[in-house]
Design a protein around this ligand. Structure first.
Ligand code: NAI
Length: 405
């Protein structure tokens, strides 16, 4: 019997429902939920008085031996961090990245040494933000950041019913241990919440997942598609991946080239930093999506024929006359620029790698977001504080980047 741990799930959305539900289904985990958003905590608490939380796995076989349809009771759902945080061993953030700052500020006064803080997903820049808000307390904690959510999932009925539509096979995360000495194994603790799938793997260091991030995919495709748009509404929502053209693929490939070049430059200057896990996007698709891809000739054909992306369309808003215009305030830009492309640009800037593709795409994206982040080829715009690039946190040198703790 493993030691019982206390897991606090931060958030109240799709992923938080699943994470809390799975944790609560384990005998050796005490589960709490902290949701500071609107009246979610009160609503969910009231629902739990009369109901259990039902979780189903639509795929059928979760490869984990889990029941595919089960119910749990959540006994502690609160918006009060003073009740939720003390005694929590593992705190899992399962919210969109824009909410990380407010949750970090909420938990900071109550954080104790040897707590594990997990971004699930963390997205690029999560570690910088944790260090910025928790300051010296962060050094006493384990900080983990996973590249995505372990599942595709959605709430069918708030508080009562959540569906897992797909379970990932593997999920990579990084771990910064600092001076902490928890009495439990942090990776095992998070795996215990997940069950047998996905299998959690550990990156060589925290820089590797940033340079291998998939949050670079959406902005260059949006840019290539809409940079010359005439502003007139269109009849149908265009396909995002299947509709990819050569120019969009060139921007995406160019950005991926710049990340590979950045990894090489960092490894050349700091040979002790193993970045062998930073693959070009094309190689990553061939490794992780091969069964879904019909034509492996190039990055363009890979994305056009990846059946995992069948039918996915550009984020669009409907006009009054039933036509469509692109939605530049969708997470493809609002999340993936400040917590993606701008962070990778920041690492390239520190490594001294020129990034013409990053610069051109960020320059267009910042206009759509109404921000000034990049000026020429440098991250020195007045709104740099709304991003999670290392420069925003005063990290400007290779030494500072590598010795983050
Ligand atoms: P969600 O859209 O369900 O999150 C909504 C929740 O975020 C709200 O219920 C609330 O608790 C919190 N929230 C919203 N606005 C807030 C605010 N202003 N202040 C504080 N909290 C606020 O998110 P979901 O689906 O759980 O996804 C979490 C992350 O995982 C996102 O970054 C998403 O892109 C990513 N992801 C989600 C997948 C899915 O299938 N749901 C799949 C892969 C990644």
């Amino acid at each position: 019997m493993t030691k019982k741990i206390t897991v606090l799930v931060c958030g109240g959305g799709n992923g938080a429902h699943v994470t809390a539900g799975l944790a609560a289904s384990r005998d050796d985990i005490e589960t709490r939920v902290l949701t500071t958003f609107a009246d979610e905590a009160e609503r969910w608490t009231n629902i739990m008085k009369e109901n259990d939380l039902r979780i189903t796995v639509d795929e059928g076989d979760i490869k984990s031996g889990e029941s595919v349809d089960f119910k749990v009771k959540l006994n502690c759902i609160t918006k009060d961090p003073s009740k939720a945080v003390p005694g929590a061993d593992v705190i899992i953030f399962t919210v969109p990245a824009f909410a990380h700052q407010s949750y970090l500020e909420a938990i900071e006064p109550y954080i104790q040494p040897n707590t594990t803080i997990v971004g699930m997903p963390g997205q690029p820049g999560f570690e910088f933000q944790v260090f910025d808000v928790l300051k010296d307390k962060a050094k006493q904690c384990v900080i983990m950041s996973f590249e995505s959510l372990p599942w595709a999932c959605r709430i069918a009925e708030f508080g009562k019913f959540v569906q897992i539509l797909m379970v990932k096979v593997n999920l990579m995360g990084c771990l910064i241990r600092g001076q902490s000495k928890p009495s439990y194994d942090p990776m095992e603790a998070v795996q215990r919440v997940m069950g047998k799938a996905p299998i959690l793997t550990q990156a060589n260091n925290y820089i590797e997942p940033i340079l291998a991030t998939k949050s670079i995919i959406h902005p260059p495709i949006m840019y290539g598609k809409w940079k010359d748009w005439d502003g007139k509404p269109i009849e149908e929502k265009p396909l995002f991946y299947q509709g990819l053209d050569e120019e969009q693929a060139r921007y995406l490939g160019g950005i991926s080239d710049e990340l590979v070049a950045t990894a090489k430059a960092i490894a050349a200057q700091k040979p002790e930093v193993d970045l062998s896990g930073v693959l070009h996007l094309y190689d990553w698709y061939l490794r992780d999506h091969k069964p879904y891809i019909k034509d492996t000739t190039s990055l363009l054909t890979v994305l056009q024929t990846d059946t995992a992306y069948d039918g996915l369309v550009h984020p669009m808003k409907e006009t009054e006359d039933g036509k469509f215009v692109p939605d530049f305030r969708y997470r493809y830009l609002t999340e993936d620029v400040p917590n993606g492309l701008v962070v990778t640009k920041g690492l390239a800037q520190i490594a001294g790698v020129p990034t013409p593709y990053h610069d051109e795409v960020i320059a267009w994206c910042q206009k759509q977001l109404g921000k000034e982040i990049i000026v020429g080829d440098e991250l020195k715009g007045k709104d740099i504080g709304s991003t999670r690039c290392p420069q925003r946190y005063g990290i400007n040198t290779m030494d500072a980047l590598v010795n983050i703790m």
